[in-house]
Design a protein around this ligand. Structure first.
Ligand SMILES: [Zn+2]
Length: 371
């Protein structure tokens, strides 16, 4: 083999290796998603894990609104930029090495997008790369960063932008330190730093979310339908209202633990009200069949509302009274159980293979076109 062909062959195998690594990492993710795990009492970790698989594209895993801004909104924000900042943020320029004001910033805090305020990096992930530009080994939230292939200057690099406003931030390289092996190379001009304890502007704060719990038969369908409701951020399948701690699906199916297949809905109350969720819930299932939904029979399939606040409790009871009076159910009585989460006990996240069941296996349930 001549040196030239050897080099070509070497390049080919390197490329193949990278492809294999990509496939392997994709598979690793799938197998983690499908892993069989027993139910755990709910913790903040559980809900953030769930966000990874079901978060709506409008919201990030960490609960920020990341819907892409319109050009008019971007133009309005851009009027506050200095010429030097605009050269980097809008014209994709690069500031000179060792010249940015945040390179040597070692304070604890968060780095937000200078244009739209979205948190992009945390001081926890900052490291000294020696390159002359602020460097981080991971973003604040992966959903907050968009990656674009950049073929300028005869190189193939990965440009990074703010996912919400498209502000140019810098590039990401795969020569960073553990644990990610990545180096996010930033322009100071693209960032605004807020020290820990400093009040963040509204644009840099997460959406104020609320939680609701509904049981309406098999949770696969209930989860799938609620996930499609505008304003719903995340839906997790689980068990609630029973007498055993950390129930498994097998245990719940004995019909002896008293748990109902329940979905935990996190939502943006500015977009969808609790009353609207109740209305959707009553569209999604039949609240008049005791301990049964269609062919599914047993207490785990009962209709129930577990109210997370006194206000939800009052509203749910009132809603049911009103529904009964509409005549929609004729002489059939609404049997939906309504109790507070203090009475029902905690929500236990179901095994991973029950999460996003329809997303993984197809057979999605359409939601009614009217509420
Ligand atoms: Zn931005």
């Amino acid at each position: 083999m001549t040196g030239r062909y050897f080099l070509l062959a070497l390049l080919f195998f390197v490329a193949m290796g990278l492809t294999a690594a990509a496939v392997f990492s994709a598979h690793g993710r799938i197998s983690r998603t499908l892993a069989l795990t027993s139910a755990q009492p709910e913790t903040s970790k559980d809900s953030s894990d769930a966000m990874k698989t079901t978060a709506s594209p409008e919201y990030s895993k960490s609960g920020y609104n990341i819907k892409h801004l319109s050009q008019a909104e971007i133009d309005k924000l851009a009027t506050k930029l200095t010429k030097a900042d605009a050269d980097v943020i809008l014209a994709k320029g690069t500031e000179r090495a060792f010249c940015g004001n945040l390179l040597d910033n070692h304070k604890d805090g968060v780095y937000v997008c200078k244009l739209c305020g979205l948190p992009l990096f945390s001081s926890d992930a900052k490291f000294n790369s020696g390159t002359g530009w602020p460097s981080f080994f991971q973003p604040f939230d992966k959903d907050h960063i968009a990656e674009i292939v950049d073929k300028s200057y005869g190189m193939v690099r990965t440009e990074i932008e703010c996912a919400r406003c498209g502000a140019h931030l810098g590039h990401v390289f795969d020569d960073g330190p553990a644990p990610t092996g990545l180096r996010y190379c930033l322009n100071s001009a693209s960032l605004t730093f807020f020290e820990k304890g400093q009040e963040l502007p509204p644009a840099s704060q997460p959406v104020k979310i609320e939680t609701a719990y509904f049981a309406g038969g098999c949770f696969w369908g209930t989860e799938d339908r609620f996930q499609q409701v505008p304003g719903v951020i995340d839906v997790v399948s689980g068990y609630m209202g029973g007498s055993v701690k950390n129930p498994t699906y097998k245990l719940v199916c004995t019909d002896e633990t008293g748990h109902a297949e329940t979905v935990k809905v996190t939502y943006d109350p500015a977009k969808v009200s609790y009353h609207d969720l109740l209305a959707w819930f009553f569209k999604f299932h039949d609240p008049t069949t005791l301990n049964r939904q269609g062919p599914d029979y047993g207490t785990q399939y009962r209709s129930a509302i577990f109210a997370a606040t006194p206000e939800q409790l009052t509203e749910a009871k009132k809603f049911i009274e009103e529904q009964q009076k509409t005549g929609r159910y004729k002489d059939r009585k609404i049997v939906t159980q309504v109790e507070s989460t203090e009475q029902s006990g905690p929500f236990y996240k179901a095994e991973e293979y029950h999460q996003d069941y329809h997303l993984k296996h197809g057979g999605s349930c359409p939601i009614p076109s009217d509420k």
